[in-house]
Design a protein around this ligand. Structure first.
Ligand code: PEP
Length: 248
């Protein structure tokens, strides 16, 4: 299956820097062949959608509210993301779970709202270092899978991103065996929960992916692509990762 390389820009980028990055990505993307997605901050979504219109790169949000509209100061709804040109939305990123105390139940409600608005949810799961070291990584990730994904998730083409919290932005990555084992475990849980549809769900790996380790990580069983943070802010790095991805 064609892999998906998604870039999470986090709270980075201005109109000037985003325009330069997007134009470099747009120019080189056809040579990559994999599916590509950029997730800029909400302020840059419409600019990104315009800059990438007619290209092979999609645009996604980084979070959304669980309601389509209403009195929720500072929040952005899935309907608004869709209206700005997004096709996907990242949900339950560990930075949201940590900084905003987001629970699995909230992530699930957001995923339901995203699907209702016509967006593909990209739901992040992953254990902390303490949880891995105490042998609870699978229990934690299994719990997040069962509590964060709504019933219609797989049928709507939902994507899971396995992002060990301790690997995000640290330069550390799990071993190949650890990534393969966790992706296999997640696949099993998705198949149990969603049957045939769960067998086709893309499972991205995220956490310190860069051009130098992308080929190895992307070749592991059940790795359907990558969610890239820091390296998605430099066109050469993001494209280097995309060139390592499977195209069919
Ligand atoms: C992320 O935050 O989703 C991420 C994977 O970050 P980085 O690639 O910088 O580790």
């Amino acid at each position: 299956m064609r892999q998906l390389i998604a870039g999470n820009w986090k709270m980075n980028g201005t109109r000037a820097s985003a325009s330069a990055l997007l134009s470099a990505l747009r120019q080189e993307a056809p040579g990559c062949g994999c599916a590509m997605l950029v997730c800029p901050p909400a302020t840059l979504l419409a600019l990104a959608a315009d800059a990438l219109a007619g290209s092979t790169i999609g645009v996604g949000g980084q979070d959304c509210h669980a309601r389509p509209s209403g009195a929720h100061t500072g929040d952005v709804s899935p309907v608004q993301l869709r209206d700005a040109g997004a096709s996907h939305v990242i949900l339950g990123h560990s930075e949201r779970r940590q900084d905003h105390a987001e629970t699995d139940a909230q992530v699930r409600a957001k995923a339901e709202a995203a699907i209702a608005a016509g967006l593909v949810p990209v739901v992040c799961v992953g254990e902390t270092r303490a949880e891995r070291e105490s042998g609870r990584a699978e229990a934690v990730v299994g719990g997040q899978i069962s509590a964060s994904l709504p019933a219609g998730f797989a049928a709507a083409g939902g994507v899971v991103a396995y992002e060990p919290v301790w690997a995000i932005g640290t330069g550390l990555t799990p071993t190949e065996a650890e990534v393969a084992a966790m992706h296999g475990f997640i696949r099993g849980r998705l198949a149990e929960a969603f049957g045939g549809a769960g067998r086709g769900t893309l499972i991205l790996y995220g956490g310190s992916v860069k051009p130098s380790n992308a080929a190895v990580l992307l070749a592991l069983p059940e790795v359907g692509g990558a969610l890239v943070g820091g390296a998605s802010l430099a066109a050469g790095d993001f494209l280097g990762i995309a060139r390592a991805a499977r195209t069919g």
